[in-house]
Design a protein around this ligand. Structure first.
Ligand SMILES: [Zn+2]
Ligand SMILES: [Zn+2]
Length: 326
């Protein structure tokens, strides 16, 4: 005798498509194998509910079923399971009665390095941001749901029966673990991970006088979550920075250090004349107020440390002149 799909879904024969969906959702939640570990009665019931839903949710199949046609539910792809997962996930975000763990929001934090000069002048630059996106081939499931099939070992029953007319042993099907269907056909595109690594290029506009450590929120087209970049300064070849202050060591001919000179220091795209007073010595520091980095409201200082360079070779004339000093 044919199964009464309406009775299975607790519906009367005039049930609307919406009512069918609602009832199916309720029952599928109740009997889902994940919530009834190892309970064979629930598994059977779950299969039955899916079978009923597969027919009644499809208008042409339902019509055929109502007419009393045979073989209505020839549904070897079990596509209703996809639907079930859809409403399953949907439900979990809507209702607190369901205990599916809440997924933490995805966050990207990427350090972006810019030069001291760029920090002072502002810059627009393209930044490559690698992140994972949902595999479009398997829709994030990690398996190709379109290839979900009824288990070919137990033919969808979830068990096999051994023995004879008088004595029978029911064994849970090892291949489908009693579910009656094989759904985890690994997705070849993402290798079962459900996600794929992509690199998205974003144009970031960094304003003038941006500080180190600034965190900026960015928008990625294909990323659902919060993405930030953290501004870092690249190590300068000759300048050290501490906060807004800059430190630099300049090498000056020892005679100029003694006599005093004007030294032209090229720093942050500026050419600053630095007065080295007479009788300076190795290790002396000249402080130029407000010549360091700016953060728009204040400017740091520039600390210039003197290093004397001694000649390694002198001409006869120079030696004569130096000798006169002794
Ligand atoms: Zn099986
Ligand atoms: Zn995939």
């Amino acid at each position: 005798m044919k199964k009464d799909y309406y009775k299975i879904l607790n519906l009367d024969r005039s049930a609307s498509a919406d009512a069918i969906k609602k009832s199916y959702r309720k029952l599928a939640m109740k009997y889902h194998p994940d919530r009834n570990h190892g309970n064979k009665i629930c598994e059977e019931k779950f299969k039955e509910i899916n079978e009923a839903y597969a027919t009644l949710s499809d208008p042409s199949k339902r019509l055929s079923y109502d007419r009393g046609d045979e073989d209505v539910n020839i549904n070897d792809d079990f596509s209703s399971f996809d639907f079930f997962e859809d409403i399953f996930n949907h439900h979990s975000t809507e209702s607190s009665t369901f205990t599916k763990p809440h997924k933490p929001r995805r966050i990207i934090n990427l350090d972006v390095y810019i030069t001291l000069e760029e920090s002072q002048e502002g810059i627009s630059k393209y930044i490559d941001i690698p992140h994972d996106i949902i595999c479009s081939s398997c829709n994030g499931k990690g398996f190709d749901h379109y290839k979900t099939t009824i288990c070919n070992i137990c033919n969808g029953k979830g068990y096999s029966v051994h023995g004879n007319y008088f004595f029978q042993i029911k064994n849970t099907c090892a291949k489908c673990e009693g579910t009656g269907y094989i759904r985890k056909v690994i997705c070849r595109i993402c290798n079962g991970k459900g996600t794929r690594r992509v690199t998205e290029q974003v144009l970031v506009n960094l304003e003038k006088y941006i500080c180190e450590g600034t965190k900026k929120k960015i928008h990625l087209k294909n990323f659902k979550g919060d993405a930030y970049i953290n501004i870092r300064f690249t190590k300068h070849t000759s300048i050290t920075h501490v906060g807004l202050d800059l430190y630099i060591t300049v090498k000056i001919n020892v005679f100029q250090v003694i006599l005093g000179t004007t030294y032209y220091l090229s720093v942050l795209s500026r050419n600053i004349p630095v007065q080295i007073p007479p009788y300076s010595k190795e290790g002396d520091t000249i402080i130029l107020q407000s010549q360091g980095l700016s953060n728009n409201t204040e400017r740091g200082n520039l600390y210039i440390s003197i290093k004397s360079v001694f000649p390694t070779h002198l001409s006869t004339e120079q030696i004569k002149l130096l000798s006169k000093l002794l």
